[in-house]
Design a protein around this ligand. Sequence first.
Ligand code: DI6
Ligand code: FE
Length: 401
Amino acid sequence: MRCERLWRNVRMATLAPTLPGLGIVEDGLIAARGGRILYAGPAGEAPALEAEESIDGEGRWVTPGLIDPHTHLVYGGDRAQEFERRLAGASYEEIALSGGGILSTMRATRVADEAALVSTALPRLDALIAEGMTTIEIKSGYGLSLADELKSLRAARTLGRVRPVSVTTTLLGAHALPPEFADNPEQYVDLVCDAMIPAAASAGLADAVDAFCEGIGFSAAQTRRVFEAARAHGLPVKLHAEQLSNLNGAALAAEFGALSADHLEYLDEAGVQAMARAGTVATLLPGAFYFVRETRLPPVEALRAARVPMALATDCNPGTSPLTSLLLVMNMAATLFRMTVPECLAGVTREAARALGMGAETGTLEAGKRCDLAIWDVERPAELVYRMGLNPLHARVWSGQ
Ligand code: DI6
Ligand code: FE
């Protein structure tokens, strides 16, 4: 068989669901053709291959390219000053009530044009790419008007054209109530349902729809309206659920067959069971947990027992998770949430792909999937979870390149 590129003499954590744990293959071989994996498995079982380029992996470990399935990467300004106020004792809620918080980022996002949003997001994107990330979800949610939400989604799409990375976009119009609707939240939900979702869907700018279901965000009834509009326009949904309190958002998301419910610190057993039945992925965000000094842990043991797939993401955003490292996310998930090494690695590969509805496309080293690889200078995969602040990436391959 002919192929374009071949990596031999590699050790692989394939994350293939047919194999236990990390799906380890020692003395592995990966062949790529047309940007896809033609073969990934033991060198001894490989078909006869004729490669245009053959690369000696020198025994390095290869994992699927990392996936960040929940980010707010596109926004204007920053919130370092707010961080200093918090360090001086102000609470997140106090800052929000005094016009700071999400609304200060909204103002900075509205005055930025698309090119400025792209250029300020690029260093964050590049930091993730430098650690082997090959697929990223990017939400809108800081524009909070029709024009500014669409501008943010266009910026996200542009990021996927200027870097070798797969970008999937999510419309998060229902992130916060903009000041011009302060007295009329239902009218803002109308705008999300009747203007933003149809416009984003018809322009092909959104791959999914998200909402912030929370006391300081949108109620379950309002979230339901957003989900119904998304369904009417053929867009899958996901939800910021049970981050600060329990509004039974995860169960609502499951009712709509959501791809994922995210955060989940306050998730209860009924929510766990609803997610298990619907096949909704639990996307856990240890960076936000850490940065807001949350003390309530997501119910990892209950999710594990119910076999709810667990994904991990940075939640990269200026307010509660200014984080651009999936390696650190894995370390935090292990240390703070007591997840195992295979769970952490699956969380930023196989399960992250599933959380984006891309499980058939990427997330494992299996024939037929896109050839997205991260090649590491480590002695064992656990090092990727164990270290803090060291980047052992040797090379990154996106779509076979
Ligand atoms: N949950 C969060 O943690 C962020 N958004 C959300 O829905 C916070 C966003 C911010 O403070 O800018
Ligand atoms: Fe978020």
